[in-house]
Design a protein around this ligand. Structure first.
Ligand SMILES: O=C(O)CCC(=O)C(=O)O
Ligand SMILES: [Fe+2]
Length: 198
């Protein structure tokens, strides 16, 4: 039976999104940030947008326990074996969110110019209604959500250091999300998105 931890469900239609603001205590989150920043083999891939290639505006890395690759935006990433710190975070999440995650995509936003454009995590290998558990470490960034059909349904929130955001149910079919660029001088942020690749 999953345990409980302080969280709130976003009051938005056609989705199931929960936010856990203090999921990882701040001091521990600081340690995780430092370890992941230095230990991760960060890569920068080129993505294809309307037939042209651009350097992805952030660094990434893929980890997993089943060797299955993950493909999106014309990139195919091969997983590294889960590290000790990622396994520790993964098992903490699995106390509250029931499924066992196989894979984690890491994003490093080096400053406000790094971003993640409007998208849904709806790749075939994630299955029908994917559960995505997203941990934020380091600088706070805005997270935007917009409904695919109803232009009045949208939401903006801050993803705080040590927080967990869980998107599940039909969310990836009905909503898109993004991390916009910001002109504010801000520090680095690491995001971990735990996923299940079938
Ligand atoms: O950085 C974030 O919080 C979001 C990352 C994301 O949407 C993704 O990797 O699919
Ligand atoms: Fe995403």
């Amino acid at each position: 039976m999953p345990e409980n931890k302080e969280n709130s469900q976003l009051d938005l239609p056609d989705c199931d999104i929960r936010y856990y603001p203090n999921f990882i205590p701040s001091k521990i989150a600081d340690t995780y940030f430092k370890k992941l920043r230095s230990e991760t083999p960060w890569q920068q891939d080129d993505i294809k947008v309307f037939g042209k290639f651009y350097a992805q505006p952030r660094l990434t890395a893929l980890y997993g326990n089943n060797g299955r690759p993950y493909s999106y935006s014309n990139i195919t990433m091969k997983p590294h074996r889960f590290s000790k710190v990622l396994l520790e975070i993964k098992s903490e999440i699995e106390k509250y969110v029931s499924p066992e995650f196989t894979t984690c995509l890491l994003n490093l936003y080096r400053d406000g110019k790094d971003s993640n454009g409007w998208h849904a995590d709806n790749e075939k290998e994630l299955g029908k209604n994917p559960v995505i558990a997203s941990v934020s470490l380091g600088a706070e960034r805005m997270f935007h959500l917009k409904h695919n059909i109803d232009p009045s349904a949208k939401h903006k929130m801050i993803l705080e250091h040590g927080s967990l955001l869980v998107m599940q149910g039909e969310t990836q079919h009905t909503w898109k999300h993004q991390i916009p660029k910001t002109a504010k001088p801000i520090g680095e942020r690491i995001n971990l998105t735990f996923r299940i690749i079938k």
